[in-house]
Write a protein that binds this ligand. Structure first.
Ligand SMILES: [Zn+2]
Length: 229
């Protein structure tokens, strides 16, 4: 199993490189590329939400509770007196930091459902919907979701790579437990998550322009421009 530091380094380097690709192609502004880089790095830590490691959980739920406060403020700032908004933010912060965190620490199994592509899709859709709610356009929302998913997949792959014992060319028992489509050992939970993913899909912002950018070969032309061999 790859450790926290490895996950952080690999996710931050690879999503940093990926963000420069879309910056150089002119599809992301500098500040957007920076946000994508942050999302990719965060995605690289996110699957370990099912671990009981206090270090990973501390960072993930620190980010979650602050984000939840941001959403609360944006949702109510025009409708409520500011003092109410502050009170609501405090309550949301406490609920996420202690309540939700406790539920995750208590009820999830490490390398269970959250180490799967299904969970990756769930978090990608939540990201796209959340970004659109905060006012981002459809394409930018999907870029943020893409980077989160990219970091997430890198994490799952790293976990698998570290499950191979290179010295003895043997597979450790954990091999196959990280990069999987869904949790084969827990079909009920996987089913519930699949239903949630499908429901969330219908709430996601429009992705036509985003998909066109991804499949446009000009997007990747910058990779080799200036090289004349
Ligand atoms: Zn992991």
């Amino acid at each position: 199993m790859a450790n926290f530091k490895t996950h952080l380094q690999v996710a931050s380097i690879s999503s940093g490189l990926a963000s420069t690709l879309f910056y150089s192609s002119g599809h992301l502004l500098a500040e957007e590329a920076f946000l994508c880089w942050i999302m990719g790095t965060f995605g690289g830590l996110l699957p370990d939400i099912d671990s009981d490691n206090s270090h990973s959980l501390g960072i993930l739920f620190g980010a979650f509770s602050v984000t939840a406060c941001g959403f609360t403020a944006v949702a109510w700032i025009d409708a409520w007196p500011l003092i109410w908004v502050w009170a609501a933010c405090t309550m949301v912060f406490i609920a996420v930091q202690f309540g939700v965190r406790y539920v995750f620490a208590r009820f999830t199994r490490h390398r269970g459902i959250f180490h799967s592509l299904l969970a990756c899709l769930l978090f990608m859709f939540i990201t796209a919907i959340g970004a659109a709610f905060l006012g981002a356009g459809g394409t930018m929302s999907w870029f943020l979701a893409l980077f989160l998913g990219f970091g997430y997949c890198i994490h799952l792959l790293l976990d698998e790579i570290f499950a191979v014992d290179f010295m003895n060319v043997a597979m450790k028992r954990s091999f196959g437990s990280a990069f999987k489509l869904f949790d084969y050992r827990n079909i009920t939970t996987s089913g519930i998550m699949a239903v949630a993913v499908i429901a969330l899909y219908f709430l996601t912002p429009s992705y036509a322009e985003f998909v066109a950018i991804l499949f446009d070969k000009d997007t990747y032309a910058g990779l080799a421009t200036g090289m004349d061999w």
